[in-house]
Write a protein that binds this ligand. Structure first.
Ligand code: J2J
Length: 539
């Protein structure tokens, strides 16, 4: 396995192969199988463009030739930052053809995240759109290159500006055969993060193909599936749970859009007869509200997956009321473990739980703070391991020492309880992360960035409840003696300047004379969370 990764112990790997979870197929082999079975079935739709599987495979081969011509080799990492466009998949599969490893940056990542991802992964290339949603990624790339000596190439899907066109000449002649070791890393996903900087999650061909296949089976995907990707496909949910890859695997079609708002999305549902989509709770609620006045024909929808953040029972009821019994709750994580409510689950289960583990071999423990199992039905910290849950973050020995138990359980940081039917209810979390409607913000990352402000002595970032997003971020700032603490606008401008992704910029900034501390002298985040809540209700 790629240096810097933690493989599964050999006896477990053997078991997962014997159980048929791990089938030894790489994503390159899978694409070729999908093409052979249905070469002319539509794979991807974007605006007026339609690519069948044969075209997807040909375009992926072109990208592979292009990258091979630039010297990209098997095992090397390439940061892929594309929105929901077909090129995301031609590059993804082009890299698979070479055995090179995509690092899936989110479209909203900015200089701070991208420089970190490039350096951490030692990426040799960075693939960007030209301008996306008003933001010029070529300018970002120019800055990134200056700070990342290993980065040899920037490739632009679109108007290349000062960089190289993705669509340029590649090697002629035969490509080397694709590497066929399915226990190798196929992709690196970005973790929501709890520490100062995002972590990378290695996903092997074996484990991720299982993740996709088992999800597609559970969700009843088949050749008639038309999946609307309205969340970023760089995110695990829309990529592989079952996502676009699940639709392709099942012989179906994926419709790509960057506009999840109901007007645009409903028009696509009607036009393409979309059967399934995946949303975060705030978008699901907007969709539900929009059915009141929208006139689009949504009768093709068979499944509406909602996950990424807690969907409150009353909101679940609204969504179910608007769309009928198509709602599915999903409690997943890029690190692996996926929980789904079954498509035929009773209403009570769909409204009140976040689903059941996907694999019979997902091992779950619910424990107290000393890692002792809590009594059945009580809330505790969720630990997990299994055939598609990572055993270690990439190049992160120190963090791995605390993020995993000695016997390889991943500490999810989520507080859950299990119902008698084996479904999980997410009750909260112990990790210092703010879940902003599905967008994850590591408190420590924002604190670290804010601490660079010359007027800031100390800072702490906590969640505040929010009706739409579930949570927003509140930063408490202690000014240096004699200095004036930055207000919200100044802090926002400062963090933007430092290249932080826009969704990580605090929604509120409050000044304090000192941060409260606990008996052992740590910042008292509980007290600050309570204070933030109080300030928020005052307005
Ligand atoms: C409460 N919290 C949830 C839920 C995720 C499918 C769906 C989501 C993700 C995802 C994903 C939640 N209720 N229904 O990768 O494939 C919080 C938990 C979890 C963290 C993981 C997928 N669904 N969460 O959200 O890696 O705190 O993955 O540990 O972005 O989101 O975040 P992420």
């Amino acid at each position: 396995m790629l240096d810097g990764c933690t493989p599964w112990p050999e006896e477990l790997a053997t078991r997962f192969r014997e159980a048929g979870y791990w089938r030894g197929e790489t994503f390159d082999q899978l694409l070729r199988t999908w093409t052979r079975t249905h070469p002319h079935r539509t794979a991807l739709v974007h605006g007026g463009r339609r690519l069948d599987r044969a075209e997807l495979e040909r375009s992926a081969d072109r990208v592979a030739r292009r990258l091979a011509g630039l010297g990209v080799r098997a095992g090397e990492r390439v940061v892929l930052q594309l929105p929901n466009v077909p090129e995301f998949f031609t590059v993804f599969f082009g890299l698979q053809r070479l055995g090179a490893i995509p690092v899936l940056a989110l479209p909203l990542h900015r200089r701070s995240e991208i420089v970190h991802l490039c350096r951490l992964s030692g990426a040799v290339a960075y693939v960007v759109p030209d301008i996306h949603q008003g933001f010029d990624h070529r300018e970002l790339a120019t800055e990134v290159v200056k700070e990342c000596p290993d980065l040899r190439h920037v490739l632009v899907a679109g108007d290349q500006g000062a960089h190289l066109p993705l669509d340029g000449p590649g090697i002629a002649g035969e490509l080397q055969p694709a590497p066929d070791d399915a226990s190798e890393v196929a992709l690196l996903l970005v973790s929501g993060g709890t520490t100062g900087l995002p972590k990378l999650i290695p996903r092997t061909h074996d484990d991720y193909a299982y993740n996709v296949r088992a999800s597609a089976e559970l969700c009843g995907f088949g050749p008639d599936t038309v999946y609307l990707a309205a969340l970023p496909v760089a995110h695990n949910f829309a990529l592989g749970c079952p996502g676009v890859l699940g639709a392709l695997h099942a012989g179906g079609t994926a419709v790509l859009t960057d506009e999840p708002d109901p007007d645009a999305a409903f028009a696509l549902v009607e036009r393409e007869r979309v059967t399934v989509s995946a949303l975060v709770p705030p978008t699901a609620r907007m969709w539900a509200a929009a059915t009141e006045w929208g006139e689009a024909d949504l009768s093709s929808l068979r499944l509406l997956q909602v996950g990424g953040a807690r969907l409150l029972p009353e909101h679940a009821a609204q969504v179910r009321g608007a769309f009928g019994p198509v709602l599915q709750q999903v409690f997943g994580m890029a690190e692996g473990l996926l929980n789904y409510t079954e498509p035929d689950a009773p209403e009570q289960v769909v409204l009140h739980t976040q689903g059941r583990p996907l694999s019979p071999d997902d091992e779950l423990r619910i424990v107290d703070e000393d890692d002792r199992d809590v009594p059945p039905g009580t809330t505790g910290r969720l630990l997990t391991r299994g055939p598609y849950t990572l055993r270690g973050y990439y190049r992160a020995d120190e963090h791995n020492a605390t993020a995993f138990t000695a016997d390889g359980h991943y500490r999810t940081g989520d507080l859950v309880r299990r119902t008698p039917t084996g479904h999980l209810v997410v009750e909260g979390r112990v990790k210092e992360q703010i879940n902003r409607g599905g967008d994850k913000v590591a408190a420590a990352e924002v604190e670290e960035q804010l601490a660079h402000h010359p007027a800031v002595l100390d800072t702490a970032v906590v969640p505040v409840p929010d009706d739409l997003l579930g949570e927003r971020t509140c930063a408490f700032v202690v000014p240096r003696p004699g200095a004036t603490a930055p207000d919200r606008n100044e802090a926002a401008a400062f963090l933007r300047e430092r290249g932080l992704a826009p969704y990580k910029i605090p929604d509120r900034v409050e000044t304090l004379g000192a941060l409260p501390v606990t008996a052992v002298g740590k910042t008292d985040k509980k007290a600050l969370t309570a204070l933030a809540r109080e300030l928020a209700t005052e307005g």
